[in-house]
Design a protein around this ligand. Structure first.
Ligand SMILES: [Mg+2]
Length: 389
């Protein structure tokens, strides 16, 4: 039975800012709780399930903020979890739908913490509870920020390939100077890295339909790897037209996919080839597995997104989901490389075996998520703490 839930908002090691078409991905000033990660501990039957999610708003396409996550957990979801079994996840997710619909980041951190508790109670990694390990070694992708100067984009791309062995890059697109500038950026990175690196693009819904069709026509000549959410999230007919124009280059839904109902709708329209699953966006591992089933039935592949900035806990949750999915059902690689001490150290877990080796990472083997945080560092980095019991 769940008898206590603790919520912690924690500092990051370094402020991270990245540019994309609709704004700045910004983790904010160090002493402000806005945009900082939310960690929960769920106490049940002698174990403590722990998970962490950083809401990426304000300044991004997901509505959740640190403050909205805390309110949803403290006021609504948390009290409704007290007294429940950690194994009743289906009815817990039904409660999430009925009590306070949406709030995917708050749902996600609770869903993952409950799964961490299940794994610890049973002494087994989470992947064993969601289908077993299809892929113990997970390939990693690097999401490259937009920049004013093309050399900055080239330098970040070269660093990902040379320093970390990454073979798949995603270039942020929809530069304010127009789609032709985006094509110049792609061409420059392709020239710098050669033809063996897969390069996809993500305009984050920043292109019009005509921008998309014109840019894709040019990018196809430069070895375009995939196209992620070029246009507005609700324009499924536009995505169908882009898919036809892409002629076999995979088209992916990101902003268009939050819920299992979105997945069903995209599949019915045959609007995309790939679903981008981010645990903070879909509400955790439970919904991710349901969306994976819809994708499998519709012959749609999956991509595992979410940067997991400076959080091995957040990265590990995605790794367990990734590992439980057969290779043929995945496209591209996992995006959580920023959670693996690549741009800055995880402030709660600066050392671990969860490391990038030649562009890959191995799914953790310990019980639950398999990540052990340093309790002293948690205490020292906590900006705000709440509890429910
Ligand atoms: Mg995206």
């Amino acid at each position: 039975m769940i008898d206590r839930i603790e919520i912690y908002v924690t500092k990051l090691s370094t402020r991270l800012k990245r540019i994309f078409s609709s704004g700045t991905y910004d983790t904010g000033p160090n002493d402000s709780i806005t945009s900082k990660p939310v960690l929960v501990k769920i106490y049940a039957d002698g174990v403590i399930g722990i998970a962490q999610i950083r809401p990426i708003s304000p300044g991004h396409f997901v509505a959740d903020t640190t403050q909205s996550m805390i309110a949803a957990i403290k006021e609504i979801y948390g009290p409704a979890l007290i007294g429940r079994s950690i194994f009743d996840l289906e009815s817990i997710n039904e409660m999430f739908d009925n009590r306070l619909a949406n709030n995917p980041a708050a749902r996600a951190v609770l869903d993952i913490a409950i799964r961490d508790a299940q794994g610890k109670a049973l002494g087994t990694p989470i992947y064993n509870l969601i289908g077993g390990s299809c892929q113990p070694k997970i390939p990693l992708e690097w999401s490259v920020s937009m920049a004013e100067n093309v050399q900055t984009i080239i330098d970040e791309s070269i660093k990902a390939v040379d320093e970390y062995g990454i073979r798949i890059l995603c270039l942020k697109m929809a530069d304010y100077r127009g789609w032709k500038q985006d094509v110049l950026h792609f061409e420059a990175v392709r020239k710098a890295l050669g033809d063996d690196i897969m390069i996809g693009i993500d305009p984050n819904a920043g292109w019009s339909l005509t921008d998309s069709l014109l840019a894709i026509h040019e990018l196809k000549k430069l070895g375009l790897g995939y196209i992620e959410q070029p246009i507005a999230r609700h324009d499924l007919h536009g995505m169908q037209m882009i898919k036809t124009a892409a002629a076999g280059i995979p088209v992916m839904a990101d902003e268009a996919l939050f819920t299992i109902q979105d997945a069903h709708n995209l599949a019915q329209h045959r609007a995309v080839d790939v679903f981008c699953i981010k645990l903070y966006k879909v509400g955790g591992i439970s919904n991710a597995k349901k969306i994976a089933a819809i994708a499998e039935a519709a012959n749609i592949q999956l991509n595992c997104g979410g940067l997991a900035v400076q959080s091995q806990l957040e990265a590990a949750a995605a790794a367990h989901f990734y590992s439980s999915t057969p290779k043929a059902r995945m496209m591209g690689a996992a995006e959580f490389v920023f959670g693996l001490n690549s741009t800055a150290k995880d402030p709660l877990c600066p050392e671990s075996d969860f490391k990038i080796i030649n562009g890959y990472v191995e799914v953790p083997q310990g019980p639950g998520l398999g990540i052990i945080i340093d309790e002293t560092l948690l205490k020292n980095n906590t900006l705000l703490q709440e509890h429910i019991n």
